[in-house]
Design a protein around this ligand. Structure first.
Ligand SMILES: *Cc1c(COP(=O)(O)O)cnc(C)c1O
Length: 393
């Protein structure tokens, strides 16, 4: 491959692609595959958001380039959302930046902050795009270990002191993918304190901030006093408003980092299509009843699968948010073996935990992105398998 860069050659194989290939093979053989692998909402965006997009698309002035940092209406809507949801004040001109989805923000942020050789603390298990973004920027990934035993809060004491001192950036993600773990304010307070101690930038990925259950409200890292001195938060409409394909998100917080990211991006993209930004602004200025409805749907699915798994002797921590259930692989299988067993013997796709880092081994992630009837079918099929009981009570 003479035309392909080492950077691209060195990217890890995309695990989802191999499962999708197996899915096609099985479907070609008449298997009714239930895909709980990819974390993308199955439901549509709210109709008022779609209406606003259609309306704005008719205004031809919206067909021009957006300002680089995103239009004022969108940035102001983000600032208003932070004020009403978190009582956090943001200057829409210097502390808010529109992103073409938070995944784009994560990738470009690394290039805006990280020099080759710089160390970045990345949650393990965690969203795989963090590791590849660090790698593409020439940074060095260091594990920030998370564990079931303490609710997946960062275990700083297990990170080598030298690594803590060297690290230039630390990434967190609550409510989290893949663990579905949620954080309390104290987790962010400690993170900001540790980041200050070791002179790091703290980046919080809040992709699931609005998908929460049982009255739990996810805090923002910017609620920690003076957090803006060294923290930014990434948000997205993808999961909360079922807008994955729209590609709209935002970065908020430290003005210096926001400006660096905006400068970098102004050399790469020219922000998102204005009607999409304006429709997203309408979403953020709404009463959030649509998001509450989406959360109720995910919670009902989660409850169903959680109790179905329990009957099967498969254990999970009951989550207070996200669109995932993170469950223990029953005794006697690796994550990959169990995922393959589900695929080939039950026609059910789940994601093996090791896809999210070494510490994900022993777990599998289920995306709650099919309806309850299909989840009943998942449990029915799994009951036919000979799965040994797990060992946890
Ligand atoms: C889905 C997801 C994203 C990507 O969201 P986009 O805004 O659609 O790019 C980012 N972080 C986590 C943890 C996710 O699960």
């Amino acid at each position: 491959m003479p035309f392909v860069s080492d950077k691209v050659k060195n990217l890890p194989p995309y695990l989802f692609a191999s499962f999708q290939r197996k899915k096609k093979e099985l479907e070609a053989n008449g298997v009714d595959v239930i895909d709980l692998g990819i974390g993308a909402p199955d439901l549509p965006a709210p109709s008022f958001v779609v209406d606003r997009l259609a309306e704005e698309a008719k205004h031809t002035t919206n067909h021009r380039y957006s300002t680089y940092s995103g239009c004022a209406e969108f940035r102001e809507a983000v600032a208003e959302f932070y004020k009403s949801a978190y009582d956090v004040d943001l200057d829409p001109d210097t502390e808010v930046l529109a992103l073409i989805g938070s995944k784009e923000g994560i990738a470009n942020l690394m290039h805006a902050v990280i020099n080759p050789g710089d160390t970045v603390l990345v949650p393990n298990p965690g969203y795989p795009a963090y590791r590849t973004a660090v790698q593409l920027a020439g940074g060095v990934n260091a594990t920030l270990p998370l564990d079931d035993t303490n609710g997946y809060v960062p275990m700083y004491e297990q990170v080598d002191k030298g690594v803590m001192n060297r690290a230039k950036m630390m990434l967190l993600n609550y409510p989290g993918n893949p663990t579905a773990a949620t954080a309390e304010f104290d987790t962010f307070l400690e993170a900001v304190t540790r980041a200050a101690e070791h002179d790091m930038l703290l980046v919080h990925d809040a992709a699931y901030d609005m998908i929460t259950f049982n009255g739990y409200k996810a805090p923002s890292v910017l609620q920690v006093p003076n957090a803006k001195e060294r923290a930014i938060e990434l948000g997205s409409l993808s999961k909360s408003f079922n807008m994955t394909g729209w590609r709209i998100g935002y970065a908020v917080g430290n003005a210096e980092v926001i400006e660096a990211l905006a400068t970098l991006k102004s050399n790469i993209d020219t922000s998102q299509f204005l009607p999409i930004q304006k429709a997203a602004a309408a979403a953020l200025r709404s009463d959030f009843s649509a998001v509450e409805e989406h959360s109720r749907v995910y919670q009902a699915r989660m409850e169903k699968l959680y109790s179905g798994f329990r009957d099967l002797g498969i254990y999970a921590d009951k989550p207070n948010g996200t669109i995932f259930l993170w469950a223990q692989v029953p005794d006697g299988y690796s994550s990959m073996e169990f995922a393959n067993k589900l695929l080939y013997e039950a026609g059910v796709i789940v994601t093996p935990g090791h896809a999210f880092g070494s510490r994900g081994e022993g777990y599998f992630r289920v995306a709650l992105t099919v309806d309850e009837k299909r989840l009943d079918e998942v449990i029915t099929r799994m009951k036919r398998l000979d799965i040994k009981e797990g060992t946890r009570p």
